[in-house]
Design a protein around this ligand. Sequence first.
Ligand code: ADP
Ligand code: MG
Length: 335
Amino acid sequence: MLRRYRTVIVVISVLFITFLHYTTIPTLYPLHHFYSELYYIPIFLGGLVWGLRGSVFIYFMVLIFDSPFIVFGWSGKFLPEVARLYNLILQGVFAIFVGLLSMREKRIRDRAEKMRYLAGLGQVASTIVHDLKNPLITILGYSKRIREGRGDAGEAVQEISEAALRMQKIMNDVLDFAKPMRLDLKAEDICQVISRAYGLCKVRAVKEGINLLMELPPVPVMMNVDGFLLERALVNFVNNSIEASKAGQSIVVSASLRKAQLSVRIKDEGVGMDKQTLDNVFVPFYTKKNSGTGLGMPISKKIIEEHKGTIEIESEPGKGTEVRIVLPYEPGLKP
Ligand code: ADP
Ligand code: MG
């Protein structure tokens, strides 16, 4: 807001001071001097906002506005005129000083930003390479065994294809995370979206002996959503719950409608999260799993936020986790 109007603010302050400066010429001479000192403020602001060019430009603007007064207010007396000249020179020196300081500050800030960016990029690159390394070692190891005719070829092929799938997942996650997200919004029954996500996770839950349950509103809830992406976010949350749970534990996926909000909850009885995990759960590449990418939660957060929704997490180590997603709901949408 302030950034948008900063030019206007600086120019208006110069004009306003000039106005005060001129209207006090005949009557309030001491005030008149005081107002000319106020020119330091826009010069300072100009330097702060645009660097040396800004402060010097504002200084010249002040000089131009002041020039009629310099010419017509000529007193002919030596000391007052020297004082005025001194004041003008001082303002010029001030403009250069503020401009140079502000540019130096900006250069330092830019350099620090660039270093941070490069460090971040390096960290991301090494994380991805590190994640890809393990499945690659598996593939190389098993293909060598096949070549040398050692071990069970069927088992080797199985291990190789699992490792390749793992590499594919890492690459897909990284790509999903890196590319800008564009929603393809369509009127859809959110219960259907949740059911699809539930269906995708059910097989795995059954295989691991986990009781995956679903509680949905009895009527269709039509919403303008990108069903595909929302389904993926839900799958990520439910998969995390499955990965945190043991056989015999339950996970409940439920949805409820209240006024202008739809809330979806994914509640598990799994390992839960300590404070450090909870604080970092949305940080890209943060994972506590050996085979995790740490991108599931950040991608899901992005999807929910693109839908103007929010995510809250409540978790207690040893007790379980509840992820609560709240999406804005507008009634009256037809299928
Ligand atoms: P990944 O699943 O690949 O580790 P995520 O971004 O999906 O990456 O999750 C990041 C971390 O958050 C997980 O490694 C896990 O420690 C923690 N986490 C997320 N959901 C849960 C949950 N339901 N219960 C316990 N821990 C969870
Ligand atoms: Mg995950």
